[in-house]
Design a protein. Sequence first.
Length: 132
Amino acid sequence: ACYKKALEALKDDSLNGNVQAATDNEIDVVLMRGMRPVFISCKTGKKGWNDWLNEISSISGHFHAQPALAVLKDLDQPAAGGFVARARKMGVSLLGIETISDPVRFGYAIREIAAGRAVFGPDTKAPEEKED
């Protein structure tokens, strides 16, 4: 309950422009898969989505890490299609608000990423939810 309440507050503040845009190039979560790290960068600011993809890809490449980006954007929406396609092409896993706010989807995504497979927001839907 506390997790969902905090997530909603952050989402509301971010989307209303109340969160500072100081989102420097940083790694927020590090997972280890054997000897290979997975870097997850969490972003809520106003900077361009493509810039974030480039940042996490660059820093992850420097450390031979698998890149992932968590954003407060609904990646299931058609408007996110270009962003998801670019991340897919770059091999950067994407966790959107639709995945972060759903414990089942989030657990699936983290397990897939930890296993070395890139995932993207729409990929985290349960099979019965996916459109044909």
